[in-house]
Write a protein that binds this ligand. Structure first.
Ligand SMILES: *[C@@H]1O[C@H](CO)[C@@H](O)[C@H](O)[C@H]1NC(C)=O
Ligand SMILES: *[C@@H]1O[C@H](CO)[C@@H](O)[C@H](O)[C@H]1NC(C)=O
Ligand SMILES: *[C@@H]1O[C@H](CO)[C@@H](O)[C@H](O)[C@H]1NC(C)=O
Ligand SMILES: *[C@@H]1O[C@H](CO)[C@@H](O)[C@H](O)[C@H]1NC(C)=O
Ligand SMILES: *[C@@H]1O[C@H](CO)[C@@H](O)[C@H](O)[C@H]1NC(C)=O
Ligand SMILES: *[C@@H]1O[C@H](CO)[C@@H](O)[C@H](O)[C@H]1NC(C)=O
Length: 536
């Protein structure tokens, strides 16, 4: 019998990834070891269709470092152990070991994957992850699609966590990488429209983008469709994505440059000190390759679309109340050794001995008590709670916050200098944009809401990778009562065993009395060795 062609069947997509060191030479001729996959760098693009099961067999061939993979923006519905956050949802994968990730892709869009192990993705382990949509509402609006990744290129991180770093200075990038150094020339034919999936892979910098003589029609922010929004310029904080449509008109008869510029300013809206734009890349929409590619795209003043004013495609309204408030004051701080850290409510996140999800599954009725989890900024929420997260950013710089396990609504994200949340509802968007990362302005705040319908352990953190290393992370422990006795795959547990890491009991591995805090890690480690492997 012939099946109707419109039926699409969920399939299993399998990737065998061997994580290896690769020698890479940048556009400037400078070479370094980077972390690649199957002996190659840039890392490959993962692709699947909504509803598919994705299997990644990951083998760690690095020899001297642990690793892991996080699938950024994938909610991991009922597969919280597949989130790839080492120290939180699994143990790191030791050298010469493999581990399998298996999960269903629950939504379409532009995602990416990257290591979530000790500041490792700036060393190269990152790639695009595209989930195709058989019911794409914009399908008829474009003819072809391209991926455009933007990143910063960083040489050394070692000097950040030293007491002499009194200004909490992050490592500053050495350059910009577009499509990991391969660059981007997008074929551009008369009368055609292109979907460009823009991803910021950076560790530190945000990315500004502008197409000369052509406006963008933005159709998605992160992996969420929005009502078509015209944009002259966009700003992508680290880990954010935009899908845009660009059309060539019948009058177009040339090659058009586009400018990607790294924003390394503390606050690009604050002109109290001169802004700097040291790292630019010019790519081209190429209509006629026999013509020169030499026109430059000059931007006098960056005025990107305000991300908090975008509207969801489906018109979904803001949750009209919240059951649980999580208020997070963000600022920099010093730890007991005088080493610069970042703090949430005066507490810096420190990885504990037992990955948090394993503590949730093995501490019985105590698993609703935050004391069990140690210094990971734990917040317990109940199943089906509407959770409101308020971030008060006490810093003079903007910070992009990312939530695992959910895309959230941004009800309010006022301008720099607004100060703290006043403690009550104000001017909230009626139809707020949904996404998984929001850039919170300097000395200002953001109000986010989501529904706690996905039991798991979900990190909420600044996606400036250096700030993750400095402890700018909170942990949402969602519906722990539904995760009691959850079982984990044998290969995940084997990674812990090989590294001598306990996988039962509270943060310190105390099994008999989960409220016994003996052995909790309360001072961050004093040496910073990236993801260096230390045999136990
Ligand atoms: C991983 O790659 C290395 C280097 O190319 C190779 O020697 C090794 O056999 C590979 N291992 C697996 C499991 O594919
Ligand atoms: C990994 O396996 C290789 C080849 O068997 C061996 O030479 C190396 O010592 C092992 N490395 C670690 C860290 O176990
Ligand atoms: C980068 O581009 C911006 C905007 O056009 C410009 O202001 C800046 O001078 C450029 N930077 C360099 C190093 O050319
Ligand atoms: C953080 O510490 C400062 C100074 O000690 C204090 O004023 C503030 O109330 C504390 N904030 C919280 C949320 O505990
Ligand atoms: C602009 O930056 C200066 C210091 O660089 C700071 O004092 C001021 O508060 C900032 N303004 C806003 C609106 O955040
Ligand atoms: C691990 O090996 C790679 C490739 O040889 C090297 O570049 C890197 O510095 C090493 N890392 C550590 C922490 O030893």
């Amino acid at each position: 019998m012939l099946l109707p062609v419109f039926l699409s069947f969920a399939k299993t997509v399998t990737y065998n990834y061997n994580v290896t060191w690769v020698w890479a030479t940048g556009p400037d001729g400078f070479g370094r070891s980077v972390i690649g996959i199957n002996g190659k760098w840039p890392c490959p693009t993962m692709e699947a269709t909504v509803g598919d099961t994705v299997v990644v067999n990951l083998y760690n061939h690095l020899g001297n470092q642990t690793t892991g993979l996080h699938f950024h923006g994938i909610n991991q519905v009922w597969s919280p152990e597949m989130d790839g956050s080492t120290g939180s949802t699994q143990c790191p994968i030791p050298p010469n070991s493999s581990l399998t990730y298996k999960f269903v892709v629950d939504g379409p869009g532009t995602f990416w994957y990257h290591s979530h192990d000790m500041g490792q993705y700036p060393d190269g382990l990152r790639g695009p992850f595209i989930v195709h949509d058989p019911h794409d509402p914009f399908k008829k609006d474009y003819d072809d699609e391209y991926i455009l990744t933007i990143s910063d290129c960083i040489v050394a991180v070692q000097n950040m966590l030293t007491p002499s770093n009194v200004h909490f200075a992050p490592p500053i990038p050495n350059g910009i990488l577009v499509n990991e150094g391969l660059g981007s020339h997008i074929p551009f034919a008369k009368g055609k429209t292109y979907r460009v999936r823009i991803i910021n892979f950076a560790a530190f910098a945000s990315a500004m983008i502008h197409f000369d003589s052509h406006t963008m029609q933005v159709i998605a922010n992160d992996a969420d469709y929005i009502k078509k929004q015209e944009a002259l310029q966009l700003r992508l904080a680290p880990s954010q994505r935009y899908d845009v449509l660009i059309s060539a008109t019948d009058q177009d008869n040339d090659n058009f440059p586009f400018l990607a510029s790294l924003d390394i300013n503390r606050d690009w809206t604050n002109y109290s000190s001169p802004l700097q734009w040291p790292f630019n890349y010019t790519g081209y929409l190429v209509m006629d390759s026999s013509k020169a590619l030499d026109k430059l795209d000059i931007v006098d003043k960056w005025q990107p679309v305000d991300e908090s004013h975008l509207q969801p495609y489906d018109g979904a309204k803001a949750f009209d109340h919240y059951d649980k408030l999580i208020k997070l004051d963000v600022h920099f701080c010093l730890d007991k050794n005088g080493i610069p850290r970042s703090c949430i409510n005066n507490i810096t996140y420190i990885n504990q001995r037992v990955p948090t999800l394993y503590s949730v599954a093995t501490t019985g009725k105590d698993n609703t008590n935050p004391i069990v989890y140690g210094q990971i900024n734990p917040f317990i929420v109940d199943y089906d709670d509407i959770v409101q997260i308020v971030v008060n950013n006490k810093d003079d710089a903007s910070h992009p916050f990312h939530l695992h396990g959910h895309h959230f609504q941004t009800l309010h994200r006022p301008a720099s200098g607004t100060g703290d949340w006043p403690g009550r509802d104000v001017n909230y968007a009626a139809q707020p944009p949904m996404r998984d990362t929001v850039a919170i302005m300097a000395n200002s705040y953001a109000v986010l809401r989501f529904k706690a319908d996905n039991p798991g352990v979900w990190l909420f953190h600044c996606h400036i990778e250096w700030h993750v290393e400095m402890g700018l992370t909170a942990t949402i422990i969602e519906a722990p009562d539904r995760l009691r006795h959850r079982k984990f795959p044998k290969d995940h547990i084997a990674a812990c065993e090989k590294l001598g890491i306990p996988y039962k009991g509270n943060a310190a591995g105390n099994v008999n009395d989960p409220t016994d805090t003996t052995g909790f890690v309360t001072v961050p480690p004093t040496t910073y060795v990236g993801a260096a492997y230390v045999a136990s």
